[in-house]
Design a protein around this ligand. Sequence first.
Ligand SMILES: C[S@@+](CC[C@H](N)C(=O)[O-])C[C@H]1O[C@@H](n2cnc3c(N)ncnc32)[C@H](O)[C@@H]1O
Length: 235
Amino acid sequence: MGIETDTACHARKVDQLFGAIASRYDLVNDIQSLGLHRIWKRHVVALSNFSEGETGLDLCCGTGDIAIGLAKQGGSLVGMDMNRPMLQQAARRLAKRGEYRVNLAQADALKLPFGDNSLDLVTIGYGLRNLASMEDGLREITRVLKPGGRLVILDFGKPANHIIRSVYFLYLAGMLPVFGWLCCGNASAYAYILKSLKKYTAQKGVTSVLRFMGYKSVQVIELMAGSMSIHIAIK
Ligand SMILES: C[S@@+](CC[C@H](N)C(=O)[O-])C[C@H]1O[C@@H](n2cnc3c(N)ncnc32)[C@H](O)[C@@H]1O
């Protein structure tokens, strides 16, 4: 039997976690954010400027919120995720809307099945924080983006204000596992959000890495006092 690498072990745990909550993922998102995640994802779609003739990838697409929004803008879009149950939810939602312009595919964000410089747009919502290595994920995204291509990232952030950050972390630590337990019988999957956020360098770290990687322009939009952030970067 082979020895599992740290990266493979991390991916397997994340895969199991999302597999366990896939059927209730959308419900818990609505509850935990009071529906606000829908507005933040609409911002992502609007900021993406996806248009006819372009090729795009919604990476870590999950149940497909961002992919569904982008599909309405035109362009040829792939929704990609490593987790089959999450992709099955996305497929169901797309079919219900009669939306057949999105191709769904199962793949690892750290090994994207695209050629170099091949995509006009990559979006990733609440995905980067889940990767075994944010830097490797961003390197892989950068490889597949065309020069001038756009990367739009939405994820949890870390508020700069210490009081707001403490209150926010208390909410994530106290309430999210309760919602997870009530809706999915799974508290630990939702306790994972704060754990992963503490390890994640969030808006400041992502900005530094994107600048270091040579992106022509990197813009950060902070939402809710920095508890969420959107990056828009041009390669
Ligand atoms: C928090 S969900 C976000 C789903 C969706 N983008 C949204 O905003 O609602 C994170 C998704 O990332 C996927 N994911 C995590 N690690 C991944 C990896 N290495 N490769 C591909 N997908 C991954 C998970 O399976 C999960 O569906």
